[in-house]
Design a protein around this ligand. Structure first.
Ligand SMILES: [Fe+2]
Length: 387
């Protein structure tokens, strides 16, 4: 703890205003109006429209006296062209506030559009840390999955369709003004996505906890997320009780606050090029990589394992070897019990692409905060084991 206190003297911890509670999607109009909006650019997708949530959001906007433009030309792993088309439409329509409703794709698309309407240029101009010059228009993000954390994070992940890779845009500017979570929206999320998005939250929590930039402020949120996930992940997938689904929403929020401020590690450094090249589901890629990255990381983070073991519902007696095994086994059994995919091969990854993917991961910003340094050989070994 002494180490944490020393770090805390130099750390910053930033989160948006947070509105959390069942039924609160009805407040999205009031949130947008409070930020000074008159004409809302509402970004969502067909799945959310079919489930009825877009309609609820539209009613809330109208009840608040706002007009809106609806934009749903986005796909999973949102693409640069979709962002650039959306920004042109925002400007053409004279909108003045953005609401993103959906999973990471809809919310990251909303962030990307916000960047372009105030800064101009192409979205690839903003790849990397702190490239955004001008402040973004008011932004309200409403997550409808339980993993992305985009609603509180300082990241936006957009696919570069020419290079076939994911760009990580990192800036305080991309954290929204308001994060609004209504856990009721999880009730229409298919089982498969409950599992894969919650697995993304589990990766966020664990990588944030082991990050070299973690502090006591981020650890408290990471451990809370792990505790909620270990208690409710399997039950939420198997029984779909509202209380367990709400715990997953809450876990996603806590994990998001943790990783936005402490960054991530090797799981996400590898998941970004894989997701970008194969257009693969982000949570599924994380689920496959997480056990192998843990096997690589755990031997160098033993000091933090008793706290993590507590988060996972165990007590340790200070035996380091025992704690390593306990954490590894508990995380793997959680993934198995909720039906997460367990091999890169099953996700359509080609073995001959692994060296190239390892090379790309070395350039991803997430590699910087990994608790254990890794070169291309190390990353390739992790990929081979996960194959
Ligand atoms: Fe993620």
């Amino acid at each position: 703890m002494e180490g944490h206190d020393q770090i805390l003297q130099h750390c910053k911890f930033e989160v948006p205003e947070i509105v959390f509670g069942r039924g609160l999607l009805s407040q999205v109009g009031a949130c947008a109006r409070r930020l000074g909006g008159r004409k809302v650019f509402l970004v969502s997708d067909q799945g959310l429209f079919n489930a009825g949530w877009v309609d609820q959001a539209m009613h809330s906007l109208l009840d608040a006296g706002l007009s809106f433009v609806y934009y749903d030309q986005i796909t999973p792993n949102p693409k640069d062209v979709e962002i650039e088309t959306g920004a042109a439409e925002y400007i053409r329509q004279g909108a003045d506030v953005i609401v993103g409703l959906g999973g990471g794709s809809a919310m990251d698309a909303a962030k990307g559009i916000a960047i372009l309407v105030s800064n101009g240029g192409r979205i690839r101009d903003f790849e990397g840390p702190d490239k955004i010059i001008r402040p973004l228009p008011p932004l309200v993000l409403c997550p409808t999955t339980c993993g992305t954390g985009s609603d509180v994070s300082q990241f936006a992940i957009i696919n570069d369709t020419e290079r076939r890779c994911k760009m990580t845009i990192m800036s305080r500017c991309v954290a929204p003004d308001i994060s609004l979570t209504d856990p009721d929206t999880l009730e229409t999320l298919p089982d498969e996505y409950v599992c894969t998005t919650a697995t993304d939250a589990l990766s966020h929590a664990l990588e944030a906890f082991f990050s070299v930039a973690s502090t006591s402020l981020t650890d408290v949120h990471a451990i809370k997320a792990v505790r909620l996930l270990s208690r409710s992940l399997v039950k939420a997938v198997q029984e779909r009780r509202p209380d367990d689904l709400e715990n997953l929403s809450r876990a996603s929020l806590h994990a998001g606050m943790a990783f936005s401020n402490s960054l991530l590690g090797i799981v996400h450094a590898l998941a970004h090029p894989i997701g970008g090249f194969y257009d693969a589901n982000h949570g599924s890629v994380n689920a496959v990589l997480l056990p192998e990255v843990l096997r690589y990381d755990l031997p160098v983070v033993t000091e933090k394992l008793p706290e993590l073991a507590w988060g996972l519902g165990h007590m340790t007696n200070g035996d380091t070897g025992g704690a390593v095994e306990m954490v590894q086994e508990t995380v793997e059994s959680l993934l198995d019990a909720c039906g997460a995919p367990r091999s890169l091969r099953s996700l359509g990854v080609n073995r001959e692409d692994l060296p190239d993917l390892a090379e790309k991961a070395l350039k991803d910003v997430c590699i910087v905060t990994s608790p254990r340094e890794a070169d291309k050989k190390d990353l390739l070994r992790i990929l081979e084991k996960a194959y």
